[in-house]
Design a protein around this ligand. Structure first.
Ligand code: ADP
Ligand code: ADP
Length: 228
């Protein structure tokens, strides 16, 4: 079952930069895709388009398994984790993880168990009262993963999420994401420029090339990952 289909997408910025040209990609339910390629090849642009965050210049993008809102965008099935954790400094961990539910009109009281479940998934159940300034970079990233999971998305998009962290922390977080994938039905698209990370994490590697950005190679890794 396809979650997202991109057909011959091109994206030209107003500056004239052709970020993507004729890019096609289908994301199937249950996959763990690494989107791999050099800096500037359009990985972030492609991910934003998959999330419904960016206009396309030509081509078709569809979310065949999602409820589509009046603006033609998928409603609630997709969460995004950016490289910067972007937590609100004046809210504690609980309040930050509550945000996506708050935007949907769910009160803190009603959201409590969902928020605590999300924090438990990333091992931060004891830090719900802490403020972002009290947390390490890795912990802040865990909070932003919990925040992304609290709406129970089908598709989790991660844009070089751990690139700013030290290698040991990054490896721990990679293991957390793998465990999340193995123990839930979630589908992941993970942008990286690390060949190691892509081989370690995914069951399909989509390699992009630059100028213009598009899919250059697409490898299923049939034997690498199995769900528990
Ligand atoms: P990657 O994530 O692979 O590093 P990006 O998708 O960020 O690549 O960028 C692809 C190309 O589009 C690059 O040449 C980049 O400079 C350009 N680009 C990205 N965002 C914008 C923007 N908002 N305006 C103009 N050019 C952009
Ligand atoms: P990432 O690390 O996610 O690939 P970048 O560091 O390339 O992102 O870009 C950060 C922000 O700047 C993004 O919002 C991107 O769209 C924008 N951007 C990137 N390249 C350009 C560019 N050449 N002109 C204008 N905006 C850009």
């Amino acid at each position: 079952r396809a979650l997202v289909t991109m057909a011959r997408i091109s994206k030209v910025f107003s500056s004239g930069t052709v970020a993507l040209s004729d890019m096609s990609l289908t994301v199937e339910s249950g996959e763990f895709i690494s989107l791999l390629g050099p800096s500037g090849c359009g990985k972030s642009t492609a991910l934003r388009i998959i999330a419904g965050l960016g206009d396309v210049s030509s081509g078709e993008i569809d979310w065949p398994s999602s409820r589509i809102n009046s603006r033609g965008l998928p409603e609630g099935d997709i969460s995004f984790v950016f490289q910067e954790p972007t937590l609100l400094p004046w809210k504690n961990v609980f309040g930050n993880v509550h945000l996506p539910l708050k935007l949907r009109g769910v009160s803190k009281t009603a959201a409590r168990s969902q928020i605590m479940d999300g924090l438990a998934t990333v091992g931060l159940q004891d830090f719900s009262d802490a403020y972002p300034r009290e947390l390490s970079g890795g912990m802040k990233m865990r909070v932003s993963i919990a925040r992304a999971l609290v709406t129970k998305p089908k598709l989790l998009l991660m844009d070089e999420p751990f690139a700013a962290l030290d290698e040991i922390t990054r490896q721990k977080l990679n293991d957390d994401v793998l465990k999340l994938w193995k123990t839930t039905g979630i589908t992941v698209v993970f942008v990286t420029h690390s060949v190691f990370e892509s081989a370690y994490l995914s069951n399909r590697i989509v390699v992009m090339k630059a100028r213009p950005g598009r899919v250059h190679a697409d490898f299923p890794l049939a034997t690498s990952l199995e769900r528990d």
